[in-house]
Design a protein around this ligand. Structure first.
Ligand SMILES: [Fe+2]
Length: 486
């Protein structure tokens, strides 16, 4: 336990920092119903996954950026008897080598490998497998941004290996952290930044319900941009290429600078939007918008000739400073939800902010309706409760009425992404599940909130024996994944 967690905090803006501390233990244990506050609904019998950096330093070395933390997966399967928790690091070469050496060995997103230019020249950042996850086609995948996914066993969380989709994904093919499963077809779409004959490009992949990578295409973009996520709207895949990236790759490729030291936000580079047909993967439209920064998209859909794209908008890239210095950052930055309407017939576009009370991130929705019109947008938020250094609440926006309702976890409690857990058939009929970190006790819980009620009231809380280090993304699947012995 770190010093911050042992004593009441002196600086409420740093009360959250213990949540970034490493979790060394890999565990698997049952939490009995007697130890669960409230009651897990009988309809909730699936598995909640959470991924993020399990450690942000090794030995005496602090990683250069939160994105450099080694990926750790946490899983909680709900059952009539209680819940079964397990956590494990992804056994990437970076994790294995640096665990053995107890120091930084590899070049990563936020720092170069020690040893000077010759140890970094021409080398891509090491895959941390820490950002997001997918369960599709019988594979559980830990996703990163700049490389291939890593496959894990969904019961034991053991690392199976790097996934190439039977050789269809090459060594240099990036595979983003944010794919989308299309409920119409069961296909999984993902993309990756790369370099083609015409310069920077985005490759797009379609994986069929059996897990076969069956189609791919690519389109050229203006700069090597950091395109983290995309929108699936009806029959279209929509990519916002924001002006965050770099035009001169030399300082990075030569080994002189780390990747993050080369990335910047330059509004003069503009914002281009590429629209592809999801069936053919062919470009069908392109828009140019006033620049802003976007990492994550909410659910999106088509109305007549219009693409309706919901996203979390940032006005600049200042949040990257926070992510680079997590153990000292007092302010967490959030975005604000905006809705963009792009007319495919006229080429016109309009946009407006959506009502939300507080800044936030990690937009989520009832994923059974991905690509179709939905009312509810959920997200982690920064409540003004005295300890606002990290996400500390969850909010729900009704995009039809503008009504916002929030759940404040209270001072010293922190959260991140909340996933939708369906119960009935109607959109929004279900629960939200998320991890919360108790800074006073340096422990975490998994909470279930009723997504239908004002204030998103707590339904159940599953206490864990250790903390879950702050992470990026979560997933909920209806499969149980209990050990066979049980
Ligand atoms: Fe993300």
């Amino acid at each position: 336990m770190n010093e911050m967690a042992k004593v009441p905090w002196r600086n409420p803006r740093l009360a959250h920092v213990g949540g970034f501390e490493a979790l060394d233990e890999e565990q698997a244990y049952w939490i009995d119903n007697r130890d669960i506050r409230g009651q897990i609904p009988a309809s909730v019998r699936g598995t909640f996954f959470r991924i993020g950096p399990g450690r942000n330093r090794i030995g005496n070395d602090v990683f250069g950026h939160w994105f450099d933390g080694d990926g750790m997966l946490h899983a909680l399967t709900f059952d009539a008897r209680g819940a079964w928790y397990r956590n494990k690091y992804v056994r990437t070469p970076k994790y294995l080598d640096e665990t053995a050496a107890q120091k930084i060995v590899h070049r990563s997103f936020g720092h170069n490998a020690p040893g000077g230019v010759l140890r970094n020249i021409g080398r891509p950042p090491a895959n941390c497998a820490n950002t997001s996850l997918a369960w599709h086609g019988g594979r559980l995948l830990a996703l990163w941004e700049g490389g291939r996914p890593w496959q894990l066993d969904p019961v034991t969380l053991d690392t199976v290996g790097e996934c190439s989709f039977n050789g269809k994904l090459g060594f240099l093919d990036a595979f983003s952290a944010h794919g989308k499963i299309d409920p119409d077809s069961g296909c999984y779409y993902n993309h990756g930044m790369g370099v083609g004959k015409k310069g920077p490009q985005i490759s797009v992949y379609r994986i069929d319900p059996d897990g076969k990578l069956v189609a791919r295409s690519a389109f050229a973009i203006k700069l090597a941009a950091f395109v983290h996520d995309f929108a699936l709207a009806g029959d279209y895949l929509v990519y916002f290429v924001h002006p965050v990236g770099f035009r001169n790759p030399l300082p990075f490729m030569s080994g002189w600078k780390a990747f993050n030291d080369c990335v910047r936000y330059n509004p003069a580079w503009g914002m281009e939007v590429h629209v592809l047909n999801k069936h053919t993967l062919a470009p069908v439209a392109r828009f140019e918008l006033d620049p802003f920064v976007v990492f994550h998209f909410g659910n999106s859909w088509v109305e007549g000739d219009e693409l309706v794209i919901n996203l979390m908008r940032f006005e600049d890239f200042a949040v990257n400073e926070t992510l680079s210095d997590i153990f000292h950052a007092e302010n967490s930055d959030g975005g604000r939800p905006w809705q963009y309407r792009l007319n495919l017939a006229t080429g016109m576009h309009e946009h407006a902010p959506l009502p939300m009370r507080h800044e936030g991130e990690f937009p989520q929705w009832d994923w059974r309706f991905t690509g179709r019109r939905t009312r509810f947008l959920y997200g982690a938020t920064l409540m003004d409760n005295g300890t606002p250094g990290f996400f500390n609440g969850v909010q729900r926006l009704n995009m039809d009425t503008g009504e916002v309702t929030e759940h404040d976890f209270g001072d010293g409690w922190y959260t991140s992404e909340a996933m939708f857990v369906p119960e009935g058939d109607a959109e929004g009929d279900g629960y939200l599940v998320c991890v919360v970190y108790d800074a006073r006790r340096h422990r975490s819980e998994v909470r279930l909130l009723d997504a239908r009620q004002p204030g998103l009231p707590e339904v159940a809380a599953v206490p864990l024996r250790r903390h879950v280090p702050f992470g990026f993304h979560c997933g909920y699947v209806t499969d149980s994944f209990l050990p066979q012995a049980d």
